[in-house]
Design a protein around this ligand. Structure first.
Ligand SMILES: *Cc1c(COP(=O)(O)O)cnc(C)c1O
Length: 410
């Protein structure tokens, strides 16, 4: 009989979003008169339509595909040059990143999971808590952890607690680690790291020979001009960091699928015999073996984001969502709750009223206000006592959520 990867058996059953769906369904079944009132601020998915610049570029690309002379079969696995170059010119100008250090993919979720393919066993891995669950689960699948305890924490991972005291920006680890996942602006807390904080992380990485995985999926939402959008804005980061970016949240590409990872040729890891090997070389090999490129129309659509029209449309989308975030922050504050995030990220991270757990608050918001939020404990033990409100919604829905917050919390 074929044996299986038993690491999968260590995974907690996909708990958070299925449990949210279960409770919403149970409420709707029991209260059919209120089901239509439900407003979902739970899942981190965009709501506004795809920019016209993107749609037009994709239409044109489809038409090219319909003509023998301009038809395209397999493209380069690493992505078309037109997109890689546009990314470097617009997102990393002056930072010394070259187009061949950019690898196009069909999503950051895949990239952040797949990257573990090129790392060996026995690495000490640090993860912030609360966290985007993909980082944890992919390490479990790869066999980089032991079993989970009753709180869901896996043996073998170094958890870096984020809390109100540190402003939800993890302190540097006490011990040395080989890999660390950082996500700024953060999902779920909406926290951003200052330049000084990122400099401290890069210095730590240099001193400890650590590789930083920097997830910048929400960089477009940064409003404060002093907050770095890329880890490569920090001196020396090109020797220790790789960065994940996605068109999902800025361009509304969650259903279109296009992302990229930037791997400077100067970042390396150690082979068993002690020699240093560039991660770029390994990822290039991995990507061209296991991936056949994002589709041509999608890459054309992504490149259109960097056109003048595309930039204006993305700006309007970001302004829309950040306007929502501002309203949500103000409403939660005036209800007397502790509030983080929402200033440089489309997520507002709110403290539950005294004595309530994250799931208590979920049930209260659903039962009394018909608003679906995300319980913080679903993102890790340190998220207990907090909840996330997503600003990905229509303005009308957000205004209604703010009104209902007041009715429920006074
Ligand atoms: C949404 C999100 C991504 C992007 O995922 P895609 O697969 O590119 O849609 C990456 N990281 C985090 C933390 C996210 O929330």
């Amino acid at each position: 009989m074929a044996s299986i990867n038993s690491n999968f058996l260590k995974l907690k059953a996909g708990y958070l979003f299925p449990e949210i769906a279960r409770r919403v369904k149970a409420f709707s079944d029991a209260n059919p008169d209120k089901a239509a009132r439900i407003i979902r601020c739970g899942i981190g998915d965009v709501t506004e339509p795809l920019p016209a610049a993107v749609r037009n570029a994709m239409h044109e690309a489809i038409d090219e595909m319909g003509v023998r002379e301009s038809f395209k079969g397999y493209g380069p696995e690493q992505g078309y040059e037109f997109l890689r170059q546009a990314i470097v010119d617009h997102e990393f100008a002056g930072l010394g990143i070259s187009a061949d250090e950019v690898f196009i993919s069909d999503g950051s979720k895949c990239d952040t999971g797949n990257i573990l393919d090129i790392f060996g066993k026995g690495n000490v891995i640090a993860i912030t808590d609360p966290v985007y669950p993909v980082y944890v689960d992919t390490n479990v699948m790869a066999g980089n952890t032991g079993d989970a305890d009753e709180k869901g924490a896996y043996a073998g991972l170094v958890y870096l607690p984020c809390n109100a005291e540190n402003g939800f920006v993890a302190d540097l680890p006490q011990e040395r680690v080989d890999l660390v996942y950082l996500c700024f602006p953060n999902n779920p807390t909406g926290a951003v790291a200052t330049r000084a904080q990122l400099e401290a992380w890069v210095n730590y990485a240099k001193e400890n020979d650590t590789v930083i995985f920097f997830d910048a999926a929400y960089q477009a939402f940064v409003q404060d001009p002093t907050v770095p959008k890329s880890i490569f804005e920090i001196e020396g980061a090109k020797d220790v960091a790789i960065e994940f970016r996605s068109f999902s949240k800025n361009g509304g590409f969650t259903g279109v699928r296009c992302a990229y990872v930037v791997i400077p040729k100067t970042v390396s890891g150690k082979a068993e015999d002690g020699t240093r090997v560039p991660l770029h070389q390994l990822w290039s090999r991995r990507h061209s073996t296991k991936f056949n490129g994002a589709s041509y129309p999608v890459q054309k659509g992504a490149a259109a984001i960097f056109s003048e029209q595309g930039q204006a449309e993305v700006k309007a989308l970001v302004e829309h969502y950040m306007g929502n975030a501002k309203l949500l922050v103000a409403a939660a504050k005036s209800a007397g709750l502790a509030v983080f995030g929402g200033e440089n990220a489309p997520y507002v991270w709110v403290g539950c009223p005294a004595g309530m757990t994250s799931w208590d608050m979920f049930d209260k918001m659903l039962g009394e206000a018909q608003v679906v939020i995300t319980p913080g404990s679903g993102f890790g033990a340190a998220g207990e006592g907090w909840f996330r409100i997503s600003a990905f919604n229509s303005r009308a829905n957000v205004e209604e959520v703010c009104r209902r917050l007041h009715v429920v919390l006074g």
